[in-house]
Design a protein around this ligand. Structure first.
Ligand code: GLA
Length: 729
């Protein structure tokens, strides 16, 4: 028995499968296999990435040497798992180092690999080292079994005589074989987040990256989709979804090589970031997260959403609060009294929290517009004589919770902080400064600044323990790039900034584990999965025009659970009905940001009922499985349905955007239901004193019928919507 146990442990440790000359390392989920192979010369190659294989005996058929039989250098070439610069591959490397002696080549050799169980799956750790330089690289792959998600990162260390310079440092490298590859990347701008761009990749490189530093995703989203053989489809075909967890400059390189193999290289962007790494220090790359699906993007999205809720997103399986925000309503123009009235409104509306946005701080330079005050996190005495305590008291009286807006990484030159600590600011000493929204970025690579930023939250929380939520904004990219702290190591700044931010967030999370935070960056300028370990939700866009929001939410839903997507009902595009705007926000995490008192009584009553409905169904909307049924990018409509994990409840959202005149409508076929159950359909979110005009309202259908035949829920009316609650018997 002991012997047997030892054998089992050894197998686990060596992880090798197959014949002695073909040592394979298998990283697998329920449906995916990533197989690496160690060559006789001890180099590590990817030999397979795709649908899971049934028999490990077949692994022997893989050959790392894809060019076997060719002469010369070709004879030793394969698809190296983590290729260094200067080697025989000659395409884009994963790692590039200028060693202490000036040599620019790195060859990595396999040392050992281990596997251990982690929540949800297995982590494979592979150690590699250069044979001529004291450089070690550790590759990490966490395979989440049920969710079919793989998360990967690497660590780089050295013991050379002096510092080395890193100029490429990928999180990992993945190779695919297909006849054609179609990339969907998502570009962005203020109020135009998540715009898909589809293109066929051809020989050479396509790089999707950002150089904005803080508001990193303002132009390029940190996620992408690849369709193999055809552009990614919702319900069929092979698809990869990938995303990088880095709240700063990232880059995705897609390179097609001479044999039509696609190489995917996710990384921190090395732009202006030749990183000086001291001996003994560990350089950890961001996590790259991906999933593969053989059934299109829909399945891939559900993989990521389930994974995120279970293993990555802050409080991913916990509750979210509905809220009333004051920004679109009052902007900077409020007093303690007007806020107290809004808190009462929040209670009457039925939401959980009142969120005070920008404009509450600064005394020497009060924040009466966006030109002053950032950095001075003291309530403006003239505006809020009772400070935050009076506000939290007023929320308690009203019976709602209190949340607060901060933008702690930033400073206005018109602030006491700037006057006192000019050397804490990223700003060029020898050129004219330019400003983005009249502000500059604090140098979070400096530990003193980290302490200061932590102290903003810490002091607010210590003095006002009843604050339950922060909206953490970040409106400026890093401009005027120069850190007084980094001195001669300016190449480390972009990276150390992000690490400094994580150090602050780690401290906040350790001290205030229940404190909920929303990630905001002038809208969706930050939305990555590392940040989402600290923030339970993000603000996908300042654009809350319901038409535009549908497109944005549709795109974002490919990568994030609705629980992470905050959506507010506002007066953007007030030509559309309150019902349409509320129904659009209700498919994500619901909030409001408008003047309730100026609403027509029937509109107001409608929103109150919609909050009640949403609260009843939030477990389905936030924690259920999402099925995208109709795309606004392909039609004049949009429809999605959520199904609870036990399939007993479902919610269908159907929207008409700009249909053609008298456009003939098709039934919407639902997905993900239990074919054998019978569901009762009820239209909800109806305007007061109206009844449903839908034939299906009140009817009973089997899941089978609903999925095969569907329901007539679309119309040819502009900006119309219907929400259906389905309850299984
Ligand atoms: C950014 C945010 C908005 C709002 C303003 C306040 O633009 O995206 O939601 O908080 O800042 O200045």
């Amino acid at each position: 028995m002991k012997k047997l146990l030892l054998l089992f442990v050894c197998t686990l440790l060596s992880l090798s499968i197959g014949a002695a000359d073909k040592q394979s390392i298998r990283i697998n989920t329920d449906n995916i296999d990533l197989i690496l192979q160690v060559s006789p010369k001890n180099r590590l190659y990817q030999v397979y990435l795709g649908e899971k294989l049934n028999s490990t005996a077949d692994f022997d058929h893989f050959n790392w040497n894809i060019y076997a039989g060719s002469d010369g250098a070709y004879g030793i070439r394969g698809r190296e798992a983590y290729p260094g610069s200067g080697g025989e591959d000659m395409f884009e490397p994963a790692l590039a180092i200028t060693h202490a002696d000036g040599n620019q080549t790195t060859y990595l050799y396999y040392k050992k690999s281990t596997q251990k169980a982690v929540p949800g799956g297995t982590e494979t750790i592979i150690e590699l080292a250069d044979d001529k330089y004291a450089v070690q690289v550790t590759l990490h792959y966490v395979a989440y079994m049920k969710e079919n998600v793989i998360k990967t990162w690497s660590e780089i260390k050295h013991n050379e005589k002096s510092s080395i310079i890193l100029w490429r440092y990928a999180s990992g490298m993945f190779y695919f074989n297909s006849s054609k590859y179609f990339l969907t990347n998502y570009h962005s701008d203020w109020a135009r987040e998540g715009q898909p761009a589809v293109q066929q990749l051809q020989f050479g490189k396509k790089i999707v990256d950002t150089k904005l530093g803080t508001r990193a995703a303002e132009q390029s989203e940190p996620f992408f989709e690849i369709g193999f053989d055809q552009p990614a489809q919702e319900n069929q075909g092979r698809v990869m979804l990938g995303t990088i967890g880095w709240t700063g400059n990232f880059s995705f390189t897609f390179e097609i090589d001479n044999v039509n193999c696609l190489r995917v290289i996710p990384a921190i962007n090395s732009y202006a970031s030749n990183y000086k790494l001291k001996a003994g220090e560990n350089f950890k790359t961001p996590e790259f997260i991906f999933t593969l699906s053989e059934n299109g993007t829909g399945q891939a999205s559900r993989n990521l959403q389930n994974w995120a809720r279970r293993y990555q997103l802050w409080n991913g399986e916990g509750n979210r609060m509905t809220l009333l925000n004051n920004w679109e309503n009052t902007a900077f123009d409020f007093t303690q009294e007007t806020l107290a009235l809004l808190m009462k409104d929040a209670k009457e509306l039925g939401v959980d929290m009142f969120l005070l946005d920008d404009g509450w701080f600064g005394n020497k330079y009060p924040r009466k517009d966006d030109r002053a005050g950032l950095g001075d996190w003291e309530p403006t005495r003239t505006k809020l004589p009772g400070g935050i305590p009076a506000l939290t008291k007023a929320t308690e009286t009203a019976g709602v919770k209190f949340g607060l807006w901060i933008e702690p990484e930033m400073v206005n030159p018109k602030s006491e902080l700037y006057e006192k600590h000019k050397n804490w600011v990223i700003e060029l000493p020898n050129r004219e400064t330019y400003y983005y929204r009249h502000q500059l970025v604090l140098d979070l690579s400096n530990p003193e600044v980290q302490d200061y930023v932590f102290s903003i939250v810490d002091r607010l929380m210590t003095e006002n323990p009843s604050i339950v939520y922060f909206k953490w904004d970040c409106n400026s990219p890093i401009t005027n790039i120069y850190s007084p702290y980094q001195k001669a190591n300016q190449g480390n700044l972009y990276i150390e900034y992000v690490r400094g931010l994580y150090k602050v967030l780690d401290r906040i999370q350790a001290k205030y584990p229940k404190l909920e935070m929303m990630l905001c960056s002038g809208g969706g300028g930050r939305c990555d999965y590392q940040a989402l370990k600290y923030y339970g939700e993000f603000w996908p866009s300042d654009d809350t025009d319901p038409y535009e929001r549908l497109y944005i939410q549709y795109s974002m839903s490919k990568f994030f659970p609705s629980k992470a997507l905050a959506a507010h009902v506002t007066n953007w595009n007030r030509r559309t009905s309150i019902k349409f705007r509320t129904d659009v926000a209700s498919m994500c995490k619901l909030g409001f940001d408008l003047d309730l008192k100026t609403m027509k009584p029937e509109d107001y009553k409608f929103t109150q009922d919609a909050v009640t409905n949403w609260n009843r169904l939030k477990n389905v909307i936030l924690d259920g499985e999402l099925y995208r049924l109709i795309s606004p990018y392909e039609t004049h409509h949009m429809a999605v349905n959520y199904v609870s994990q036990d399939k007993k409840k479902a919610v269908l959202f159907a929207y008409d955007l700009h249909p053609r005149y008298s456009e003939p409508q098709q039934a919407v076929r639902l997905q993900g239901l239990d074919a054998n159950r019978t569901y009762t359909v009820k239209e909800i979110n109806l305007m007061p004193n109206t009844t449903s005009a839908l034939h299906c309202n009140g009817q009973r259908y089997t899941g089978d019928y609903l999925m095969k035949v569907g329901l007539m829920v679309l119309s040819a009316y502009e900006s119309a919507s219907r929400v259906l609650e389905l309850t299984a018997e």
